[in-house]
Design a binder for this molecule. Sequence first.
Ligand SMILES: *Cc1c(COP(=O)(O)O)cnc(C)c1O
Length: 607
Amino acid sequence: MYGLSLWGDDNFKIKNGHLHVDYKSAPSLLSIIKQIRNRDIRGPILLRFPHLIHKQIDSLFTHFNRAIQENHYPANFFAVFPLKVNQFPGFVYNLLEQSEGLHYGLEAGSKAELVLAMALNPKDAPLTVNGFKDKEMITLGFLARQMGHNITLTIEGLTELEMIIEVAKEMPEAIPNIGIRMRLHSGGSGNWAKSGGMDAKFGLTSTELLEAIDLLREEKMLESLHMLHFHIGSQMSDINPLKKALREVGNIYTDLIKMGASKLRAINIGGGLAIEYSQSKHAKNRNYTLAEFSNDVVFTLKSITQNKNVPSPDIYTESGRFIAAPHAMLISPVLELFSHDYQEKSIKLKEQNPPLVMELYDLLSTLTPRNATEFVHDAIDHLESLLTLFDLGYIDLIDRSNAEVITHLIIKKALPLMVHAPTEELMMLQQKLQERYLVNSSFFQSIPDFWGLQQHFPVMPIHYLDKKALRPATLWDISCDSDGEIPFDDKAPLFLHDINLDEEEYFLGFFLLGAYQEVLGMNHNLFTHPTQVVVAIDDESFSFTEIQESDTIVNILSDIGYDGRNIEAVLKEKINTTPLLNATQKRDTLTKISLLLTQNGYLRTTN
Ligand SMILES: *Cc1c(COP(=O)(O)O)cnc(C)c1O
């Protein structure tokens, strides 16, 4: 069942062979997709489910608040969403709506993100700023303070602190809270671990920290120091580095308070909370639960601060991946299966056939459960001999094709019968039977972390789930790039259905795409962000609160700097002046071209 119980988090369920969203009226994904396609929308579709944003936020706050209660922790929990994880309006507006009343704020890491946060951050929710800053960006932070935002500027280096001091002299009435990002000696784990540790790109060493404190004290600004911040890297697979980092930062915090940082009251533990992307048990992505994570944070900070007799800090998190990943999924139609010609009807026996081809044919017709393994071995052996004969010129192309088709059919027929064969052999045979599924989407655009980091994302069909899927699958996207492929993987094998696409449709879902993928996605081959649809599910049914179609071809060209209208005009001029078409044909062609230019760039299947 495609590891649904591992990564699905009870968000989906299978009923009558269909994958359903397990929420309120529980519509099937197919029914949602059908309704969208009924509006003549084609190509891949990114679905967003606001209820899944709500679920993640609620889970984060509930776990931390429970841990705070259970540990009698004498301070509060706050959270901000790091905009870099997903800045798309279709996500951000829903995030703000779903977190109303929780004082859930935003984190910005660049000027553009800060401007967005200043416009959208809820009143009474914290706003934090990380990343490298210039004086302009710092001034922007002061302006945000003037506007009434509860803003913390986290410095990544001493120069930034010097700039804050400079701006503070110009705008002394609007000094934001200051946070300091710590360069810890404890690093993270997993694919993105290099954000933590001594060689990390960000943060102050303990020596620089002491300098910063001196500087703040000299400028009589020590009271502005509000927060200590660290981030040990995204998708933390193991909880131990976090515990180490907490002890380290907890002790820095108590020392700073003792040194006179009397308004220091917050520790920001950054992001890193992992999502389970794995579809197979042996490849699990994380060794902890959110309950354990929140308990560890609260308990560690409580023991350190109480032992040293200083007030416990408010706890801030900046979890991004955890909040955003589950809400979005991509549904792509399969356009073609690439070894479908290996069917019985493709065998073209001649009057006279090479003896080995006839032997292969015999093997196919007399295969039984008892002789299956032996016959497969014979068939592979015969095929190799026949290919050698072809290279030497003894048999022709028709013989060769027959040999390939028959061997393929023998393996296909034998595989389900070979129950006692060693696993490696079965794997090897499966590789030979691989089917290539051409998927109407761009992996560069929709799952860039697969291309760049081999990050696995769950994939499964959204229907036919009551039928056994037997074809080992390699997925091809429609970009003209051989890296646009998810190859069949022995260790995490994907099996899909044998579908006759002339008669049936086949839709694949790619899940947990809501974090990082959208903005990192690239327009390779000019395939742009897919059509996005926000789906609200209620007790009776579902509705679309927003449909934003993938960019039209004219706009795609304009976006990379062409004058799209001009390109259109040139095309029309060429059609109007060609001697090859008569007046009626010209009119027809012009209509076709106009229509095409206003459609998106993905392929349009007719079914
Ligand atoms: C990227 C980032 C985050 C978000 O990390 P996730 O692993 O997505 O939760 C949080 N804080 C900072 C400083 C970051 O750079």
